[in-house]
Design a protein around this ligand. Structure first.
Ligand code: FES
Length: 123
């Protein structure tokens, strides 16, 4: 679903933006179960305790993981700069903000969102 919504172009924009950058690595992910919000970009900060999870293709909900949703190619420079220069996520594309903007299309979808929120660890 993310691919149908432009994930390939977003990936190319990321590769272009990160070309020559040694502080970040780009991996193509899989389906994160956030299909109604995609294309999604998952950024994980590396640290010695969590390095083992840095390349996983599923969400870990760990403190070093940030999910940006509904990302388009024009968003990529600002999104990557927010992490690499400002060392913080771009809030307007954060999963929480994007989920709050999504209208519930059915009771099943609304229930799935509640369940996803319940699975997240408390901040
Ligand atoms: S296809 Fe992108 S999250 Fe499922």
């Amino acid at each position: 679903m993310c691919r149908a919504n432009g994930a390939d172009v977003v990936t190319h924009a990321c590769a272009h933006e990160l070309d020559g950058q040694e502080r970040a690595r780009l991996h193509r992910g899989g389906c994160y179960g956030l299909c109604d919000l995609g294309p999604n970009i998952v950024v994980r900060r590396r640290n010695s305790d969590l390095d083992v999870d840095a390349d996983r293709l599923t969400l870990s909900e760990a403190d070093n993981e940030f999910v940006s949703c509904g990302v388009g190619p024009p968003d990529v420079p600002e999104l990557l700069s927010s992490f690499l220069v400002d060392d913080q996520p771009l809030l307007r594309l954060s999963r929480a903000v994007k989920e709050s903007q999504l209208p519930a299309r059915s009771t099943i979808e609304a229930r799935m969102r509640v369940l996803r929120r319940q699975r997240r660890p408390a901040p």
